[in-house]
Design a protein around this ligand. Sequence first.
Ligand code: RAM
Length: 353
Amino acid sequence: MRAGTTRVRLVAVAALAAVAFSTAACTDDSSGGNGASPAVSGNGTIKPGLKIAFLPKQVNNPYFTTAGNGGKTAVGEFKGTYSETGPSEASASSQVSYINTLSQQKTDVIVVSANDKDAICGALNEARQAGTKVVTYDSDTKPDCRDLFVNQATAEGIAKSQIKLISDAVGPDGGKIAILSATANATNQNAWIEMMKTELAKPEYSKLQLVATVYGDDDDQKSFTEAQGLLAKYPDLKGIISPTTVGVAAAGRYLSGSAYKGKVALTGLGTPNQMRAFVKDGTCKAFALWNPADLGYLAAYAAGALASGMISGKEGEKFTAGKLGEFTVGKNGEVLLGEPFTFNASNIDQFNF
Ligand code: RAM
């Protein structure tokens, strides 16, 4: 894991250093097929013709559209067939029927961001028994329902960045803060929130008091209403952390149109395109994310390597993910993309996703 992690970090740092942020500068990166990147790992070649289906938490979310475009590019490079399908709501069991259909269609790999770590396990394991491989990306299931998890960043890394960002934005006097999350079952947000609580227990954050965690369900309107509700209940709130691209944009919209603009700090995990206006008008000084296109691209290569028998999900296995380079499977079948990146007024205009 170490070597792989270091390599991944180098790749991430290199990607972030230049205008590049790799595919970040492109809104649609789906040309595929003409890539210079060989679909090769240390252990063979990805088979052409694989059917790779992306199943995001929900389809009407720009974050997942960008991730899917990265996946489509990768699948094009190794001459497979890419598809995307999924629910319009990120509720716990909304993905089950899609998994069943994909399995019946003899999909080689389902690449899924799980709305619930347990609710889709039965369907995924049935699909696996029928010969489909399962890669989770973005939001994991229990490890025994999938072959690999492609993780965007460690929960510790994300939590540290979120707490540092809210602490800097609120200022040295600290005060009450709240979290506006996605759905109550989301594996990824729940892991991050748990680590944020650990981080908040550190002495340097003793002046920050987490008073509430609420859920906007990755629904724009519900997230807006929840942000409004937080301020109604805690008028002396000093900051909101929203570790979801849907939530942080909705909270930005609420705060920027309210008397709390510039008074209540906002940070979270957002896309530059959804947050640009709120950074420019002073509602949000800084927020974080990784490159969703790279996450999808890496997940697709992992899927291809898995379905070609080049890797099986065991710790220490290595594979090459096209332009992103070599990755190593870590503990619990986890592959790590890199570290979160911070966006602020000085760099946000370099990004378009
Ligand atoms: C939303 C989803 C996704 C999460 C991002 C940060 O788009 O909840 O799972 O990773 O936010």
